[in-house]
Design a protein around this ligand. Structure first.
Ligand code: SF4
Length: 920
């Protein structure tokens, strides 16, 4: 494509990478300069730059500001995708990608000119609302406002403001119960063929998988006994279409809804794409057959946005609110986390602005909200009730099953893809934590904001003012709850704990928790990370404080229960003034009350156990959470030893058909797949159900497309050696390395030592917890640049999907041993009587992590690459984690570098000299 001629904008521009810093002046001269010079130049005059926090980080000058091209992009092209790198920006604007760092400042000048040109053009798709927004941004002194001003014409007619432009959702009649239908195998295969497309190669594994999945949709024979299928499906068998075939057939014939639940956003995105083969974007009546549903904390709350636009936010956050408002008008579904709002937008503004615009605290006033009929959250909830397919995540499916607002909307046919994560999701969903952060949230929900806080956030009394004026008993209950909630922690609680001056019974308890945790800690406080201790043999003062705190919590719960009863009575015997909207609002309040009542009851149960005998079903502990030695939370925690127990009761039991599928559902021990353990972990045995199991192996040629290299000459704890190994491996593979660590500290140390050196060789290195960029965006950057490498921890090991050349080498810094937490120790002890014992428990965790990490490497038939583990003593019993036939070599770093530099080439028949797993 020929690039449209674009004259660079005559403003100075700066670019800083790990390889150096370049300045280009308004007259078009580019030169390299020192960091100090760059900082001086930026202080002098606003410079064009790309991703200010990142440039600030590179220059070591946190206060840097300027004319950030990303902010301009967010204004001109809201809800459009852009990888926030010079290459990404160039591609998003059809400009030539700069070939070297020193060409970037020119690109920035041209990109700015191009964006201004779009604003001035007659066919700017996102013009509506821009002029009004710019007026507000000018008042807020947004640096771009002056530059943009002359390019955006005042519209002839006044622009409608956002809240009147958004469409309203429509009420739809309740859906009938799904018809009971059984799917025959021929029909499933026919559907699969249609989905994979004419002429597509027939894959036997996929057909078997699809037929097996069909059984989940059969009518249930007994109440509370769903069909449960555990289907292990190797990477590349095409499992998504494999289950979408019977799912779409069932939805079509029964009129019901299938829920597909994932753990990562990546898979959600992929599912959205693949489902378009089975369903149109819209039905004839305009409704959507496929809906992505997330937790409400993911969506923009319009009331919060309105509040932010009208003075609730000041300074930079107010600018963010304006840019979010631009986006909201063009967003597909209002999803702020992983939807079409660029992940980088929030990090440009550094504070928790994005979170403050979602409904994180459950303060929704439902029908009492002026934007209720346009609310993105309500729209998505309604759309999912009418959908054939709902794409959700594990946490939401579980929360919905446990405390969903509407029984009719609870999922009954569920496919848990990434099924190996169901245990972890259940673990966090069904746990309880009585901490300072959690309890202050509850206080705010009941009492409202503390003095001095801006914004509309209102307490229970304000939210239910009309009920209180109508119903005396309800009003008294609200007053009593507000009075009792004064005993919960308030602003400044962490400081008071540290000074030994807690306020109220819950802070007093937390002070005891903190003191006991520190007193018993043996990890060495300089470690700076979280510390914890068991609840065994607690000091008398703590047990006493727990008793007093439990009473205080009960004193809050009692009036809340009374209030819930009053709300119920009002709904049952509705007064004249209670119209449909009022009713919906009271229903909403009842729902959020029930959730808080359950929360308080769980906290009280947790406290009542302290000092007494332990409950064998639970693990309790005290913890002080810290980050870089800074405390951020203190509290008590309770987890189920086996969280699949509550999962079985709340999710499985009411369902009709449930499937868990993944490439790594079973552990692959030395004797092959361990199905008994996978069955035990599915939760089905708690309902005395024996699930069906199936297995389809990956069609990939691992023997010729991948090699596992175990590097044996890097000593454990030798950071310099580790960093050197990473740098040389990245150089040998010319980038394209995903580096995985188990400890953030070690990862930072490695990054700090090698990033500059690699940048000078044109090999950009990014890292989670180092670069001020969210994980999703980091992955986008990595995917987009085949010479980039990325370092990270667990989230990258589990969720990165980067097919093709961009990822050709995975390097693990060590064997991924589980962290010896109290929870881990308890589960390990519980596994002592199982086959393999406690050690087997650890081995399973490690093999699962290795298998997950290896799974990042080969995503398609064409992918090839190396999986490197830097470990001088890698036990052979972990090798079965890798797919059968994958060659494994133990070698020195020098030898590994040679192999990585050569790449993996398909050798017909696999006739290369490789050590087999057996001989390793
Ligand atoms: S209905 Fe609730 S979530 Fe939606 S905009 Fe209003 S307050 Fe926010």
């Amino acid at each position: 494509m020929t690039e449209p001629a674009v004259e660079p904008l005559a403003l100075p521009a700066i670019h800083a990478s790990h390889g150096g810093t370049w300045l280009r002046d308004a007259n078009g001269e580019t030169r390299g300069c020192s960091k100090g010079e760059a900082v001086m130049a930026a202080a002098d005059t606003p410079l064009l730059l790309l991703n200010a926090p990142l440039v600030a980080n590179r220059l070591g000058y946190p206060d840097l500001s300027g004319l950030d091209l990303l902010e301009l992009f967010a204004f001109v092209r809201p809800a459009r995708f852009c990888v926030p790198t010079p290459k990404g920006l160039a591609e998003a604007l059809d400009l030539t990608v700069p070939g070297s760092d020193d060409a970037v400042p020119l690109l920035l000048q041209r990109a700015a000119a191009r964006l201004l040109e779009i604003c001035a053009s007659g066919d700017w798709a996102e013009r509506e609302g821009a002029w009004s927004s710019l007026q507000s941004l000018t008042r807020l002194r947004w640096p771009w406002a002056q530059v943009l001003g002359p390019h955006i014409k005042k519209p002839e007619r006044a622009e409608k403001w956002l809240f009147s432009r958004l469409p309203e959702w429509e009420e739809a009649p309740e859906r009938a119960q799904p018809q009971q239908v059984a799917l025959d195998e021929l029909a499933i295969e026919g559907k699969l063929e249609r989905l994979t497309g004419e002429g597509a190669e027939k894959r036997e594994g996929q057909r078997l998988f699809a037929r097996g999945a069909g059984g989940v949709f059969a009518p249930r024979a007994q109440d509370r006994r769903p069909h449960v299928l555990l289907a292990q499906a190797g990477t590349g068998i095409g499992k998504t279409l494999g289950y979408l075939a019977p799912a779409s057939l069932w939805a079509e014939r029964s009129g019901g809804t299938v829920w597909v639940s994932t753990y990562t956003k990546n898979l959600q995105r992929q599912l959205r794409k693949e489902s378009s083969r089975a369903w149109p974007e819209r039905r004839a009546d305009g409704s959507r057959p496929v809906v992505v549903r997330k937790g409400r904390e993911n969506y923009l709350c319009l009331l919060n946005l309105e509040d932010a636009l009208q003075g609730g936010f000041a300074g930079r956050p107010a600018i963010l609110a304006q840019l979010v408002a631009r986006w909201a008008a063009y967003s597909q579904d209002g999803d702020m986390i992983g939807g079409d709002l660029p992940g980088w937008l929030g990090t440009l503004f550094r504070k928790r602005g994005i979170a403050a615009l979602t409904d994180q605290r459950g303060e929704c006033v439902y029908a009492g909200c002026p934007h209720y009929r346009k609310c993105f959250i309500e729209r998505s909830a309604r759309a999912s009730a009418q959908a054939d397919l709902v794409i959700a995540n594990h946490a939401l499916v579980m929360v919905n099953a446990a405390r969903g607002r509407d029984h009719a909307q609870r999922p009954t046919r569920i496919v848990f893809d990434e099924g190996h994560h169901v245990f972890d999701a259940a673990d966090s969903t069904f746990s309880a934590a009585l901490t300072g952060q959690e309890s202050i949230e509850l206080r705010r929900w009941i009492v409202g904001p503390e003095r001095g806080n801006r914004g509309r956030r209102r307490g229970l009394a304000a939210r239910l003012a009309d009920v209180a004026s109508y119903d005396d008993a309800g009003g008294e209950a609200v007053e009593a709850a507000v009075a009792a909630a004064q005993d919960l922690p308030s602003e400044g609680w962490l400081g008071r704990l540290a000074e030994g001056a807690p306020l109220g019974p819950v802070e007093a308890l937390l002070a005891q928790v903190r003191a006991t945790t520190y007193a018993r800690d043996e990890s060495g406080q300089e470690a700076g990370y979280g510390i914890e201790t068991e609840t065994a043999s607690l000091p008398g003062e703590l047990v006493e404080a727990a008793g007093t705190a439990a009473q205080a919590l009960a004193a809050i719960r009692t009036p809340l229960m009374k209030l819930a009863g009053r709300l119920e009575a009002i709904i049952a015997d509705a007064p004249d003034w209670l119209d449909g909207q009022g009713r919906a609002r009271i229903e909403g309040a009842r729902h959020s009350l029930a959730w808080r009542i359950d929360l308080l009851a769980a906290w009280e149960a947790l406290l009542s156990r302290l000092g007494g005998p332990a409950d064998p079903d639970f693990v309790d502990w005290l913890a002080v959470d810290r980050n870089d030695a800074r405390e951020f939370d203190v509290g008590l925690h309770r987890h189920w030893v086996d969280p699949m127990k509550p999962f079985a009761r709340t999710v499985l039991e009411p369902a009709h058909g449930v499937m868990l599928t993944s490439a790594t559902l079973t552990d692959r021990g030395e004797d092959g797949p361990d199905w008994p353990h996978a069955v035990a972990r599915s939760g089905a045995p708690h309902l005395e159900i024996a699930p069906r199991t199936s297995q389809s192996d990956s069609p990939f040629d691992y023997a010729n497309r991948a090699e596992v290299l175990i590097v044996t000459d890097i000593r454990r704890g030798d950071i310099a050696g580790l960093a050197g190994a990473y740098a040389r491996l990245i150089e040998a593979s010319d980038g394209g390395v995903l580096g995985l660590f188990t400890a953030i500290r070690r990862m930072r140390a490695v990054h700090g030592r090698i990033a500059d050196r690699l940048a000078r060789a044109g090999l950009p290195l990014y890292a989670q917890h180092v670069d001020p960029i969210d994980t999703g965006t980091l992955t986008d950057i990595f995917r987009d640049d085949p010479r980039a490498s990325l370092l990270g921890t667990d989230a990258l090991r589990d969720g990165v999907d980067v097919p093709g050349r961009s990822l050709r080498c995975v390097v693990m810094a060590s064997v991924p041993w589980p962290r010896p937490t109290i929870l881990h120790r308890a589960r390990r002890a519980a596994a002592a009587d199982e086959p393999g014992g406690a050690k087997g428990h650890d081995d399973r965790i490690i093999r699962a992590r290795l298998a997950q990490a290896f799974g990042r490497l080969i995503r398609t038939r064409e992918d090839a690459g190396h999986f490197v583990v830097l470990s001088s003593a890698f036990p052979s019993r972990f090798l079965s984690a890798f797919p059968d036939g994958t060659p494994v070599l133990r070698l020195t770093l020098a030898e590994a570098l040679q192999r990585v530099a050569q790449g993996v080439h398909a050798v017909p028949g696999g006739e290369t000299a490789k050590e087999s797993k057996e001989s390793a």
